[in-house]
Every structure is written in C-alpha cells, then in structure tokens.
Design a protein around this ligand. Structure first.
Ligand SMILES: [Zn+2]
Length: 376
C-alpha cells in the first residue's frame, strides 16, 4: 500500500508472528516508540523530529542531542528482527537528554549525536528482516523500471518463520549507494551483493536524506554506528559464546588493488579511524570485567557490501562501526535482553566518550587485529 495506513493502538506491545514460538513483548513496538518520542520531546536537551515514513506510513524518527562539531549518527533495527539496539538507543537517549553529570555534559558539548531508532518499523511490527513493499510499488514510484527484473534483495520466499510470498519486502540494508545522489537506472537491476543499491525503499531514502543533510551542515558525518544481530557463535578456538561482534570493514579499502572499483572514494575513506572506533568500543566492554561483556569478537573481515548503510557511508568518509549482537528474535526471542542491551550501551558510550575526549585518535590501529575472531 502506498498511503499511510498505520493504525497501531497507542502503547500496543509487539507480538511474535503466529509461526514464531518466542515472545518479543519485552522489546519496543512502533506504538511504544511513538510514546517514548513524545515524552522525549519534553526533555531538556533532545530535539525530536520525524525524518520520514516507512512504506506503510509509520514514523521514522531522528533525535538530536548535543551541539558539538563532531557528528555521530547511530541507527537501529534496519532489520526488524534485530531489536536490542533500539532498546539500548532509547535508554541512552534518556540519559543523554536529561543527565547533567560532567561526563554526559562533555558529550553534549563536543558531539552532535543523531539517533535514528527503529528505521524499518514495518519490519519491526512483523518481527522480520525485510520491509513491507512490493516490486509493483517500486515500479509505480520509478516508472522507468517497468519490465526490469526485480532487485536481488527482493524477498518472495516462504520459510518456517516468514511468508514473504504473500507479503513481499526488501532487505533495506542492501538498498544504499555510496553515490548519495543516485537515482535508479534500468541497467543497474537486478544487481548483486557486490554492487551498490538504488535507494528504492523509503526507509533507506530517509536515512540517506538525514546523512546528506548532516554532511551539508557539518561537512562530514564523523562516525556512523549501525546496530544489528547475528546468529549464535563462539569466539575462535574457545567455547566462549560471543556476546557481540564488531567490525569496521565493509568494503575493500579503496586505496588497495582489491578496492580499485572504489577508487573515487579513496581520499575520503577512513579505514584506520573505523578500526580505532571499534577498539574504543571493545576496550570499554573489556573494562566491565565480567565474562559475558568480555566475549567480544570481530565479524568477518572480507566483506564487499557497498549496498549496506555501513559500506556506503564508510566510502563517504565516516568512521563506521557495526555491532552484531547475538541472536535474532525469531529464533532467540528476548533471552539475555538486559545483558545484551547493557553491552551495546557500554560499547556505544565507549565510542562517544573516546571521540569527545579525542582519545580515539591515540588508539593503536593494530589493536583492532588483536580482537579475537569468530568461529564460523
Ligand atoms: Zn542486520
């Protein structure tokens, strides 16, 4: 459907789909997000705006805290079955927008923090990865795509958790393009994972527009943090279950032979800075000392995913950090929700703090390669 048809009742909790056995009621529904955003509007230091709407008309929010000249953009739940990041982000916004401790004040002075919690709310409500949008809707918005094969990230399959056949959608996190002004062209479809996306989904368009506005206003988005979930893994060569994996590498470095196809982005790419930011998150988690928070690993490092938000924004000069929290909700439910939320908050605050103090620039880049790998 094209018109807004969002009819959730205020405060209505999230429910797992009929074929999903785990409860997700402890996570945030879109209606609950709307309530929390309304409350946040009254806080001392937060500026709450509706940045855009999902394909089904649900609000996508942008919350700005701080007046510093370093810009940090953080988003969560681009995949609707990856929910801890939203909880962590809302907890952090409470703190950042009201707390007057010297540490938090310093963050507001040095940084402009822009949080976009739950950027794919139609998927959130369905507890699934893809958004809710048909190829026909794409063609109606971009008539030049008539007769073209649908993009490779268009889901129409059925499995034990989801029925995309009767309710299709796109993996929004393959719809980004490092050319922020790109408009869809016939010859770029159906594409593949090593090719950029097209900005055909309203959710990716909304994030891109916020990114472009920040770039225009500040010259650069210094840091981009994207909060995801993965399956269950152990740390390489151990039996220790991974709490979360980090990464700062999403495309081959444009300054190398392997990354030659990205040469036009070579001057602005900040590969070392991305690694320093990841180490800042890792160190903050190690400092907690308990084993769940110490069990942090690196995500696979041989990616070439220019259609992800992280890949596209890294090529545009942002230091980029991926959080891959353990367990997706369709098969993991809300197990360890409190602990995982705390881990994300700790890692993100570690990044914010190190950028605000400038400590991040002193971090040894090689410490990144000492973060243990994931057994896969
Ligand atoms: Zn994800």
């Amino acid at each position: 459907m094209l018109a807004p048809v969002h009819t959730s009742l205020p405060g209505k909790p999230l429910q797992a789909s009929a074929n999903q056995e785990y409860s997700v009621a402890g996570f945030i529904s879109h209606a609950e997000l709307v309530n929390q955003m309304d409350q946040l509007k009254n806080s001392k230091y937060a500026d709450v705006e509706v940045a855009g709407h999902s394909n089904h008309g649900r609000e996508i929010y942008k919350v700005t805290v701080g007046k510093g000249d370093k810009v940090v953009l953080i988003q969560s739940e681009i995949h609707g079955n990856e929910k801890v990041g939203t909880k962590a982000l809302l907890n952090m916004l409470q703190q950042l927008s009201q707390n007057d401790s010297p540490e938090i004040k310093k963050l507001r002075e040095e940084l402009t923090i822009v949080a976009m919690p739950m950027i794919n709310p139609d998927a959130t409500e369905l507890n699934r990865r893809g958004n809710e949008m048909t190829w026909e809707e794409v063609v109606s918005k971009f008539p030049e795509l008539e007769g073209v094969r649908p993009s490779w990230n268009y889901y129409t399959y059925v499995n034990r958790y989801w029925d995309y056949a009767s309710n299709p959608g796109f993996d929004v996190n393959r719809d980004f393009n490092p050319n922020l002004d790109y408009t869809p062209k016939r010859q770029d479809f159906p594409g593949n994972s090593a090719r950029p996306g097209w900005y055909i989904t309203p959710e990716a368009q909304t994030v891109r527009d916020v990114y472009k506005d920040l770039k225009k206003q500040f010259g650069n988005v210094d840091v981009f943090i994207d909060l995801h979930h993965q399956g269950e893994y152990v740390i390489k060569d151990t039996d220790d279950p991974v709490t979360l994996s980090l990464s700062g590498v999403f495309v081959p470095d444009p300054n190398t032979e392997e990354g030659a196809k990205y040469r036009e982005y070579a001057d602005q790419y900040q590969g070392d800075f991305s690694k320093q930011l990841n180490v800042a998150a890792y160190n903050a988690l190690q400092q907690i000392g308990n084993s769940p928070f110490k069990n942090i690993s690196l995500y696979p490092q041989d990616l070439d995913l220019p259609g992800t938000a992280l890949g596209s924004f890294a090529l545009n000069g942002s230091g980029a950090i991926l959080f891959e929290i353990t367990g997706q909700t369709q098969s993991y439910g809300q197990k360890r929700m409190g602990q995982l939320t705390k881990a994300v908050e700790t890692g993100v605050l570690g990044i914010l703090d190190s950028v605000a103090t400038g400590d991040v620039y002193e971090i040894d880049v090689e410490a990144y390669d000492e973060i243990p790998l994931t057994e896969r």
